[in-house]
Structures are given as structure tokens and as C-alpha cells.
Design a protein around this ligand. Structure first.
Ligand code: ADP
Ligand code: NI
Length: 201
């Protein structure tokens, strides 16, 4: 029964995200789901809540498209249609709310939300984080890099503004270990990028 609901949530997410090319495609949702599951198992968090929240975590993201502004309502309707009980729906929506606030500096107040937030942050780091950043930048008309420094919105600037800070904002011990490797890869990539840019390699 719980497995069926999770499978149906994947289908629901696939319908919403399959056409996205801004770094939030369906596979982002699937990766966050898999990472959140691993983290939740290590942390002893409620797996059912974590898995559903991970699969639905971006449906209300206003950055995506005007249509997804209604995503949370649709997510709630979806959960009702699967006969998830109201207490669990409230808990899932609470997790999604806490994960969505990327500027939030305080850690989420539930273990389940801390697991999903870590998973979402891990997917913004490492090789995949790099790929997503340039996909997002391209789809939003951002420059790859601006050596003059006039264009604060370049994709490379985003590494310094956000991606390199994520390592120290991870909540759980298991995700911290995974984050270190991904962080080191970001640093190595930036080193290489700047060397090539200066035509040193
Ligand atoms: P999520 O909602 O999944 O946490 P975001 O919406 O914050 O992710 O970002 C989606 C992807 O796009 C991430 O990989 C992120 O690093 C990248 N991104 C977000 N903002 C920018 C930006 N200003 N420039 C380049 N990439 C960005
Ligand atoms: Ni996300």
C-alpha cells in the first residue's frame, strides 16, 4: 500500500517535471528521493513521510513556472486521492515548506525535513550540481562567467554565492560526509575553470 502511493507519487512528479530544462527535471526529483531515503534510513527518520516529501518537494517552487505556483494545492489533492491521512499530509506539507526556503538559515525543526533538505542540497553540489547550475543559467539567460565582475548573475558567480556555502549548511552526519566529496569536486572544477580561462593550461 505504501509502496503503491510512492510509485504513484513518482508518476505525479514525472508529469510535472518531465519537460523542465532549468535544473529541476524529473531526475532531480528522483535523485533527491534516493538520497533522502538513504539519509533517512541512517537517521532513523520516518521513511514514508521523507519519501513523499522528497518526491513532492519542488512542486510548489515559484521559480519554476507560473503553473507550479499551484503545485502545493495539487500535491495536497494528490495525497488526498491516495488516502494519505490528514495528519500525514500536514506533516509532508510542513517538510516541503521547510525545504523550499532555500534562504532559510535555521535548520528545519523536524528530522524528516532535515533529511530532505540535505538531499536537495547534495543534488546542488558535485558534478550534478555543476551540470544543473549551467542548465539553470542557460535557461535563464545568464552568462557562463563574467570576468569584469559587472554581471553578478553569472553561473560561476552562483558557485561563490551559494554552492560553496552548502557544505557547512548540511544537517545530518551521513550527508555531511557525502557533501565533503561533492564540495571538493566543486573547488577542483573552479580551479580548473579559472586556469583554463587565463589560458594557463
Ligand atoms: P532546488 O529548489 O532544487 O533546491 P534551486 O531552485 O535553488 O534548487 O536551484 C536549482 C538549480 O539551479 C540548482 O542546481 C542551483 O544551483 C541552480 N541555480 C539556482 N539559482 C541559480 C543562479 N542564479 N545561477 C545559476 N544556477 C542557479
Ligand atoms: Ni529541489
Amino acid at each position: 500500500m505504501m509502496e503503491t502511493i510512492i510509485e504513484n507519487a513518482k508518476i505525479f512528479a514525472k508529469e510535472i517535471f518531465s519537460a523542465d530544462r532549468s535544473g529541476h527535471d524529473y531526475y532531480h526529483t528522483l535523485r533527491v528521493h534516493a538520497l533522502a531515503r538513504t539519509i533517512a534510513q541512517a537517521e532513523g527518520a520516518d521513511l514514508f513521510l521523507v519519501e513523499l516529501a522528497a518526491l513532492l518537494h519542488d512542486v510548489d517552487d515559484h521559480k519554476l513556472s507560473p503553473e507550479t505556483a499551484e503545485g502545493k494545492l495539487r500535491a495536497m489533492e494528490f495525497l488526498h486521492s491516495q488516502s494519505v491521512d490528514q495528519g500525514q499530509i500536514d506533516a509532508i506539507i510542513h517538510i516541503v515548506d521547510q525545504v523550499s526556503f532555500s534562504r532559510n538559515t535555521l535548520p528545519p525543526d523536524t528530522l524528516e525535513a532535515r533529511c530532505v533538505q540535505d538531499a536537495d542540497r547534495l543534488d546542488a553540489m558535485g558534478a550534478i550540481g555543476i551540470a544543473r547550475t549551467f542548465a539553470f543559467g542557460g535557461s535563464h539567460g545568464r552568462a557562463i562567467f563574467d570576468p569584469i565582475g559587472e554581471d553578478k548573475g553569472s553561473s560561476i558567480a552562483h558557485f561563490y554565492d551559494k554552492l560553496l556555502l552548502l557544505k557547512d549548511r548540511i544537517n545530518t552526519p551521513i550527508a555531511k560526509a557525502m557533501a565533503q566529496r561533492r564540495h571538493d569536486f566543486l573547488v577542483a572544477f573552479l580551479d580548473e575553470f579559472h586556469q583554463e580561462w587565463r589560458a594557463e593550461i
